[in-house]
Design a binder for this molecule. Structure first.
Ligand code: NI
Length: 169
């Protein structure tokens, strides 16, 4: 089922998610629906707060659904190592048509549980590294506008307010 993706400034987006404690069929259905929603929106990642579920859960697939081996489920994720620096354009399904450059680590190692509760570690480089950081920020209630420079954030928020006034947000 394709889920409704909430947009900024919905408060659920700025609240840290609750830890995932039940690795049951209900969780796995949510994960399946989150993947379906991500593909429907041509995204590469989606976090549970973006579908109105305040949980520490995110799904990632940088292949856009083309390679099943790229499907990653991260429950209770954390970044355990980071190095290097990237400054690339990023977007977010909760900020339609907004894209801005943000600073991220070039390489991160994350630790998380899969949809069955099994802990794993994974290294991400470049695009995957950025995606890990963006989605793990989401489960912490942190949005990418807060990773922009103050100037870019101001311009972005102004653009959103204008779209809101025009009824296009
Ligand atoms: Ni996002």
């Amino acid at each position: 089922m394709i889920l409704n993706v909430v947009k900024y400034p919905d408060p659920v987006l700025q609240k840290p998610g609750e830890p995932v404690t039940e690795f049951d069929d209900e969780l796995r259905q949510l994960v399946a629906d989150m993947f379906e929603t991500t593909y429907a929106k041509n995204g590469i990642g989606l976090a549970a707060p973006q579908v109105g579920v305040s949980k520490r859960l995110t799904v990632i697939d940088t292949s856009l659904g083309k390679d099943p081996n790229e499907r990653l489920v991260l429950a209770n994720p954390e970044v355990i190592a980071r190095e290097g620096r990237l400054y690339e354009e990023e977007g977010c399904l909760s900020f339609p048509d907004i894209s801005e450059k943000v600073v991220r680590a070039a390489k991160v190692t994350i630790r998380a549980q899969d949809e069955y509760g099994k802990w794993f570690e994974k290294e991400g480089l470049d695009l995957l590294s950025r995606c890990f950081q963006h989605e793990i920020d989401h489960v912490d209630g942190v949005l990418f506008i807060y990773r922009m420079s103050a100037l870019k954030r101001d311009l972005t928020l102004r653009k959103i307010r204008k779209l809101q006034r025009e009824g296009k947000w």
